[in-house]
Design a protein around this ligand. Structure first.
Ligand SMILES: [Zn+2]
Length: 235
């Protein structure tokens, strides 16, 4: 029976490398950063909408003010005309015009007041959103730093494991390495495992007493394999 202990060590390093690459691909820090960025995008979108609504309200207020100036000019003109008119019918018509313009002006004032309130509300929302955006940018900065740190740690672990792999490989003959690579390329579970009691650590199935006895008696030069999953088995 050929000793598979050096291969087992290599397999452990390779398993750790696989776990590390899975860990790197699914870092919680990356999920956090993505979530924080989505929140910021939401705030920015809302801000664009609030700004647009505020602009419309301000434009409407300006229009009403222009219209009111026209009303005032008309009223002043009619009042002036009233002073020079003697015919009661004409005076009546002018008074009617004045009343109309005054009513329009009053309605405009009411609308303007309502719009000013609306604009003020949008303005408050804009300030609040800008505050939230500043805070969210800080959250994103922190999340970015946390992610960079996590990636750095992964890279450090990877370097350590790579060095371990080189050391573990040094103890393995090229022939054994070929067997290992061949077996490893065909499967997702470990290509080499040991037994915990009678349980294969690759497939986690129990070997029968007969199977165990057969493995222990396998001749020199033969590489033991798990009867369940075919992995190389350190007996
Ligand atoms: Zn097995």
């Amino acid at each position: 029976m050929t000793s598979l202990k050096p291969l087992l060590e290599l397999q452990r390093v390779d398993t750790a490398l696989l776990q590390l690459s899975h860990h790197l691909a699914t870092l919680a820090e990356r999920t956090n950063l993505t979530a924080a960025t989505t929140v910021l995008a939401g705030f920015n979108k809302e801000l664009v909408s609030v700004k647009a609504q505020l602009k419309v309200a301000q434009h409407d207020i300006e229009s009403l003010e222009i219209d009111n100036k026209k009303c005032e000019a008309s009223i002043a003109k009619y009042v002036q005309q009233l002073k020079t008119i003697i015919a009661p019918r004409e005076a009546e018509a002018l008074q009617h015009e004045i009343a109309m313009a005054t009513a329009v002006r009053s309605a405009n004032d009411d609308r303007e007041l309502a719009l000013l309130e609306v604009a003020e509300q949008f303005d408050r929302q804009q300030v609040e959103l800008n505050n939230q955006i500043v805070k969210q940018n800080e959250v994103i900065e922190q999340a970015t730093r946390a992610l960079a740190l996590a990636i750095e740690q992964c890279e450090k672990s990877k370097l350590e494991l790579t060095a371990k792999r080189v050391a573990a490989s040094a103890a393995i003959t090229s022939e054994m390495m070929k067997l290992y690579d061949f077996k490893r390329n065909k499967r997702l579970t470990p290509a080499v495992a040991d037994l915990h009691g009678s349980t294969c650590q690759s497939c986690h199935l129990d070997l029968s007493t007969v199977e165990l006895a057969a493995l222990k008696k396998s001749p020199e030069g033969e590489v033991s394999e798990c009867p369940n999953c075919d992995c190389y088995l350190v007996v």
